[in-house]
Ligand binder design. Structure first.
Ligand code: OGA
Ligand code: MN
Length: 296
């Protein structure tokens, strides 16, 4: 039986039913999901009862996995999950709620800024796969923005202006935006925080469509004064995240949402994280190439 996609907005994000992703997939099913990702950018699957083993096995159908930046920027004994699993929860290593002043809690608030996962890597992420294991009673939506349609909607003058721009991305920039002093965030992991360069306009090899490659991790445009670069990136982000380009996902337990980081941005929304558990686990598929040549 072929997979059916039910659009969640006219152009962007679709829901898929009648498939159990916890079981081994056929090559045809994998191809249908890839094709759906190319068309819709975000796919929503309900009632996928993953544990970490089945989620990672499912994920590997789509390419090699990333080690999460959370694991890279902390000691192994401080991690609740294995390194291929990004811990998008408000729980500490003993599964207790994190306190208000907990450093990891505060760092994770960077997810509330519009971003593309792992844009701070020279080879940035392809798909992210987020599994909802425990959801809070209210709040905690995730919003997704369609960066292909946002690119198409730019006026011709702006398209010409952005065409060849190169940006610099680092996790330290997004943390600076939420108030971590620059030298303070991950001081002991400086090699992981060195800025990497990306094209601001990417062309998707599979569909031929152009996309605005924006992310909260951008701190500079190469050759531009920093304040001017940040003001322009802010304007572009405001353009690209207008309501008509956004799908807001309200989570149910056992949802799996897959998004393509090359063609979308996303952000977390607020919830009562000091009282309610939200346990989300993300596996991330590596991209296949840098967007621009640069020193390793
Ligand atoms: C992520 C992320 C948003 C959320 O998993 O990469 O940004 O709503 N999550 O938790
Ligand atoms: Mn993210």
């Amino acid at each position: 039986m072929s997979i059916a996609f039910k659009p969640l907005t006219p152009n962007f994000a679709a829901e898929v039913s009648d498939i159990d992703l916890t079981r081994p997939l056929t090559p045809e099913q994998v191809r249908a999901i890839d094709d759906g990702m190319d068309r819709w950018g975000v796919l929503v699957f309900h009632d996928q009862r993953f544990d970490d083993t089945t989620q990672l096995a499912f994920s590997r159908n789509f390419g090699p996995l990333e080690i999460s930046s959370g694991a890279e920027l902390s000691k192994p004994e401080d991690n609740r999950l294995q390194p291929e699993m990004a811990d998008i929860s408000n729980l500490d290593v003993r599964s207790n709620l994190r306190a208000a002043d907990d450093k990891k809690r505060l760092g994770a608030l960077g997810n509330r800024l519009w971003h593309s996962d792992a844009s701070f890597r020279a080879i940035p992420a392809k798909y992210s796969m987020l599994s909802a294991r425990i959801v809070p009673p209210t709040g905690g939506n995730t919003e997704f923005a369609d960066m292909r349609t946002a690119y198409d909607a730019l006026d011709e003058e702006t398209k010409a202006e952005v065409e060849d721009l190169i940006t610099a991305h680092s996790n330290a920039y997004s943390r600076e935006t939420i108030g971590f002093p620059k030298a303070d965030y991950g001081a002991e992991f400086q090699d992981k925080l060195r800025p990497v360069r990306h094209r601001l306009v990417r062309t998707d090899a599979r569909t031929g469509r152009k996309t605005l490659y924006l992310s909260a991790h951008i701190g500079e445009i190469v050759g531009w004064p920093v304040p001017e670069a940040r003001a322009f990136i802010r304007d572009l982000t405001e353009h690209a995240t207008q309501r008509q380009f956004v799908y807001a996902h309200s989570w149910k337990m056992w949802d799996l949402v897959i998004w393509d980081n090359r063609t979308t941005m996303h952000r977390a929304r607020r919830y009562n994280d000091l009282n309610d558990i939200r346990d989300m686990r993300r596996s991330t598929i590596r991209g296949d190439a840098p967007t621009v040549q640069q020193a390793a």
